[in-house]
Design a protein around this ligand. Structure first.
Ligand SMILES: Nc1ncnc2c1ncn2[C@@H]1O[C@H](COP(=O)(O)OP(=O)(O)OP(=O)(O)O)[C@@H](O)[C@H]1O
Length: 554
């Protein structure tokens, strides 16, 4: 039986529903007549033309069941009324369905419409989200309005979605298109009815200063702080937020750590590979009570949060949320967290309230000498901190910002050719004491400085035997080309598997990469392995990798 669009039964309970479900016939723009149903989790629609299509095809697809499609409320970011207007016939190529549709819509091409906005994953790249809109048409205004009200009510119940955001835009980020990126994605925020207060930065440190000086009351009025820029910009905002609010005592200096470790378990601090002092990870950490991941969780190891009793304290209102929309040169944080370097994907993650926890490391600079006038200071980093090669590349490349992302290649080559090594002593508390044993490899006959056996990879799961193992302090000393510390893998276009492939998000560990002084060709080999997908950059005798609880280079 053919339905007419002004039928009185345009809305009726879903057969066998019982979950407050609702079904109505609608015209889906560019598709055909559908029976739209709402259930607890979302919307689904089934093409009604299938039975009329002589049991063969529906929209060109053989099984009518295949025509059914759906969208979850958690994937809908807006529902909009689209006024009275045209509902288009099925797209060309679907000839039969088009004919059916034309016949039915001969006199009814214009109708009331509403649009459901969501996203679709790209089939080739599932992490890449594309905007998707489904416009449903009906001759009865009331039906459209009641569906919209119901849908908007369901969306309100979606928890953790932001309503009010503070957005920092770095106009000179990456290729200098931070403002353009924001212009593109701001439309999605407007459609989703998310209010944004936008600050376009005028200089380096601008966002830091705003985050430092902003009153807690105003800060509490935002559901999150968004950076439109690169990793450096994101870290600047985190620092502005944390440094002005998290008053943590300066951790003990390297010499204090050295003395403490010696007095606790050993007559002398031994070289790398030998345990200096074993400690159970569940123990209180007396050396660095503000261990990095605890800082980002805004609680100390004993579970309290400094200043939390104060209602004006920024951490009393729950954990603040930060978002990042990529416009930078590297965008490693966005690639590691969303899996795609795409501003629209990031905007959708933010609007839909998707969240992920990140670790941050605390980087401390102590006085180099007791007479030094430079006061010690703390910084936080949510991705990577480097000394030696990486540190030199980052600081030198700032002079060439006008070159855009290419500055990293230019400066990287320059620094590589200089081949500077640095005298350093690194002390670290190794999370996996067996790591040292696992990395005593046999040498390859073909390549004497490469290893033939590789350490066994043990995935980290709940109650992980490795996480619950004893830790130990180690010390290593010598000349290094680079010392890198990562709290995420830092995947990016130059290092497709990341600088540290084993560094998982929010795993609570610092991943330390020590590159000992070696010849230029060897170092170049390491760098080319890093630039390759599936490369083995750590598999060199001059490279040490340690998963550590804390470390201290001095
Ligand atoms: N308006 C501005 N003019 C100049 N510098 C700025 C401005 N706003 C912010 N900055 C500084 O630029 C630094 C780097 O910015 P950002 O991280 O966005 O770019 P990038 O270095 O190109 O990207 P990536 O960090 O991904 O490599 C920030 O740490 C910040 O201090």
């Amino acid at each position: 039986m053919e339905k007419s669009y002004d039928d009185d039964d345009s809305s009726f309970p879903h057969p066998g529903g019982g979950d407050g479900g609702l079904s109505s016939p609608f015209f889906l723009d560019h598709a055909g007549e559908v029976l739209l149903s709402r259930n607890q989790d979302g919307l689904s629609w089934k093409f009604l033309d299938s039975s009329d299509c002589e049991g063969t095809t529906c929209l060109g697809i053989i099984n009518s069941e295949d025509c059914k499609t759906e969208i979850k409320f958690s994937d809908i970011y807006a529902v909009e009324f689209a006024n009275y207007g045209l509902v288009h016939s099925p797209k060309s190529g679907l000839r039969h369905a088009k004919e059916c549709f034309r016949e039915r819509l001969l006199h009814t091409q214009e109708m009331y419409r509403f649009t459901v906005h969501g996203f679709q994953s790209s089939p080739k790249e599932p992490c890449l989200w594309k905007l998707a809109a489904f416009t449903f048409g009906h001759m009865d205004l009331q039906t459209c309005q009641s569906w919209m009200d119901q849908l908007n009510y369901s969306l309100i119940k979606e928890v953790d979605r932001p309503r009010n955001l503070l957005v920092f835009v770095h106009p000179r980020s990456g290729k200098g298109n931070g403002s353009k990126v924001w212009e593109t994605v701001s439309k999605i925020f407007i459609r989703a009815k998310v209010n944004t207060k936008v600050i376009v930065t005028e200089r380096a440190g601008h966002a830091f200063d705003v985050m430092t000086s902003i009153q807690n009351k105003e800060l509490h009025s935002y559901d999150g702080i968004i950076a439109v820029g690169g990793d450096g910009f994101f870290n600047e905002i985190i620092n502005g937020y944390l440094l002005s609010r998290l008053k943590v005592p300066l951790p003990p200096s390297p010499s204090d750590i050295f003395n403490s470790v010696q007095s606790r378990g050993s007559s002398s601090v031994q070289e790398q590979g030998d345990a200096v002092h074993g400690t159970d990870q569940k123990e209180h950490y007396p050396l660095l009570p503000d261990s990095v991941q605890e800082v980002m969780n805004f609680r100390t190891v004993n579970g309290s949060c400094e200043g939390i009793e104060d209602p004006n304290h920024p951490f009393s209102g729950g954990r603040p949320r930060f978002g990042l929309i990529p416009a930078g040169s590297t965008d490693a944080i966005v690639i590691c967290t969303t899996g795609a370097r795409d501003p629209v994907t990031s905007a959708l993650h933010i609007i839909l309230g998707r969240k992920i926890f990140l670790d941050a490391m605390q980087v401390v600079r102590w006085k180099t000498a007791s007479t030094s006038t430079i006061e010690p200071f703390i910084r936080y980093a949510a991705s990577f901190a480097g000394y030696g090669f990486y540190g030199d590349v980052i600081s030198e490349s700032e002079k060439y910002r006008w070159m855009g992302p290419k500055r990293y290649d230019y400066v990287g080559t320059k620094i590589f050719l200089k081949h500077r090594s640095y005298e350093a002593e690194v002390m670290f508390e190794e999370a996996d004491p067996d790591n040292g044993k696992a990395t005593t490899h046999t040498r390859s006959k073909t390549w004497p400085f490469r290893n033939t056996t590789r350490p066994e990879k043990i995935p980290c799961r709940a109650k992980c035997s490795i996480c619950n193992k004893k830790t130990r302090w180690c010390r290593t000393k010598g000349r290094f080309l680079s010392i890198g510390a990562a709290v995420m893998s830092n995947r990016n276009e130059r290092a497709p598997d990341g600088l540290v492939v084993d560094a998982h998000l929010s795993d609570g560990f610092l991943h330390l990469i020590l590159i000992k002084d070696c010849s230029r060709p060897k170092y170049l080999w390491h760098l080319t392995e890093l630039a390759k997908r599936g490369g083995e950059p750590l598999n060199f005798e001059f490279v040490e990798y340690h998963k550590v609880v804390k470390h201290s280079p001095f």
